[in-house]
Design a protein around this ligand. Structure first.
Ligand code: NAD
Length: 458
């Protein structure tokens, strides 16, 4: 789309917001109900588009793309009246007589830029929050999931207010043109590299941003863990979640050296039980999204420091964009595979001598989006919670905090800023306006000039 057309679309959307239409609760509820309707009628189309883009199994698509968006809408529909109501708070004694309240108001016209790896979820889920909060929206789905992007662009105007909610498809040129427009909020999901570009552009207009970024999410496994359960939960979080191409994917494992051999053996058994002797034939695993990412991942495995560290898997087939679930054992901490977000089916497993060593490794790196800990010991749990920082943490499982809508989901430091999900999505797109109201009937003169000597001593 040409820059001039993009500018015109943004101008129209701003006009819609100014009309006040998107602020009404009826409008918000109607849009949210229409999203539920769209999902009910087009579940198969969505599943098919996501499968075309990345071969995602239909169960995975339902669990991680369709169901969360539908339930986000249902939660917002149920709670909208509550969420939008003013909240009374006590005024300060010095301001009495007065009443104080906070009233959420929409930011205005918001831009949502989405990533490819959950192409339906990461487009629609933030949009639910933006609509619930009463904003007009422009959505830019990811060009790297073209089938899903096209489906969203086709369906949204059929179900939603086609003037106040717009889809702009495209890649870097279109996103660049969008970022040159004036926005009241930008919600970006993607890499930290592009997050920096988005934030720099937003700064020109002092536009607030939510940045949902990625990074290397570690797993710490201590010797008290039930290794069978732990490996199942890590494996489903890694390979069962878009084949490792998820922002909250377990990126590497730090396992107590006293049980590292057993852990690797248990993980091999788990992988066999999930995907059979030949995972290439399995219908239960997504493929690598495209040839660029395939080559990037092969590059990580072809690193001369890494080739000898493959403990399991390592097979690849360019024609099918297939890389087997791969375990690497004790790779150097300064290797490439331990320096960049893996975002694919490779899992380095590193032995550590103590929980302190694991904590030191985590803390020597950028703050992760997620941190996973497996332990039966409360003391270890409390220590890791107290001594590390991460966007979110799960103890004795992986990724499930993402689906827990009573928890805020977001990063910290390099893994992002701001959060969403559940009520936090509404808040991400609302300004909570502070309102202090005073009556005329009592007016204490001591606060007004001219200030007498008596007032100065007060
Ligand atoms: P990406 O940053 O390459 O692309 C994201 C979006 O930015 C796309 O819509 C793309 O068109 C746009 N974009 C790309 N290059 C741009 C540029 N130079 N200027 C302006 N816009 C540009 O990210 P991706 O590859 O789609 O997603 C993978 C990354 O996203 C990983 O780091 C992953 O961890 C992260 N991620 C985070 C979350 C989260 O919720 N925190 C969810 C999914 C993915």
């Amino acid at each position: 789309m040409e820059s001039a057309v993009i500018a015109a679309v943004c101008g129209e959307v701003r006009g819609d917001f100014k009309s006040g239409r998107t602020r009404s609760l009826d409008w918000r509820l109607a849009q949210l109900k229409s999203i539920v309707d769209l999902i009910k009628k087009h579940e198969e189309d969505i599943t098919e588009a996501v499968a075309v883009d990345m071969g995602k199994p239909s169960y995975e698509c339902f669990a991680s793309e369709i169901f969360p968006v539908k339930s986000a809408c249902q939660l917002a529909i149920k709670n909208l009246k509550n969420w939008t109501a003013a909240v009374n708070v006590p005024p300060l004694l010095a301001t009495l007589p007065a009443s104080a309240s906070m009233k959420p108001e929409p930011f205005g016209v918001v831009l949502i830029i989405s990533a490819w790896n959950f192409p339906f979820l990461l487009s629609l889920d933030p949009m639910v929050g933006a609509i619930a909060a009463g904003n007009a929206v422009v959505l830019k789905p990811s060009e790297m999931a073209p089938a899903t992007s096209a489906l969203i662009a086709r369906l949204l105007p059929l179900y939603l207010d086609k003037s106040a909610i717009r889809v702009v498809e495209g890649g870097v040129p279109e996103t660049t043109a969008l970022l040159q427009q004036k926005w009241d909020k930008i919600f970006y999901t993607g890499s930290p590299r592009v997050g920096r570009i988005v934030m720099a552009e937003a700064a020109k207009n002092l536009t607030p941003v939510t940045l949902e970024l990625g990074g290397k999410s570690p797993v710490i496994v201590d010797s008290s863990s039930d290794l069978k359960v732990a490996t199942r939960r890590i494996a489903v979080g890694k390979w069962g979640n878009n084949n490792g191409q998820a922002c909250v994917s377990p990126d590497y494992v730090l396992v107590d050296s006293s049980c590292s051999t057993k852990f690797i053996e248990a993980m091999k058994d788990t992988l066999k039980s999930f995907y059979g002797e030949n995972p290439r034939e399995s219908m239960d695993i997504s493929r690598v999204v495209n040839i660029n990412h395939f080559n990037r991942l092969v590059g990580l495995l072809d690193d001369p420091n890494i080739a000898s560290k493959i403990a399991h898997g390592g097979e690849k087939d360019e024609t099918k964009l297939y890389i087997a679930p791969t375990l690497l054992e004790d790779v150097p901490l300064d290797s490439k595979v331990m320096s960049e977000e893996i975002f694919g089916p490779i899992l380095p497993i590193i032995s550590v001598r103590s929980i302190d060593e694991a904590i030191d490794i985590v803390n020597s790196r950028p703050k992760p989006l997620a941190l996973y800990l497996f332990t039966k010991k409360d003391k270890v749990k409390e220590k890791v919670i107290a001594e590390t920082s991460a966007g979110g943490m799960v103890v004795n499982d992986c990724c499930l905090h993402f689906l827990t809508t009573t928890l805020p989901f977001g990063g910290v430091g390099e893994s992002g800023m701001g959060s969403y999900h559940g009520k936090f999505s509404f808040d991400a797109f609302s300004h909570h306006k502070a309102i202090l109201t005073r009556p005329f009937w009592m007016d204490i003169m001591a606060r007004y000039p001219p200030y007498s000597a008596h007032k100065k001593t007060f």
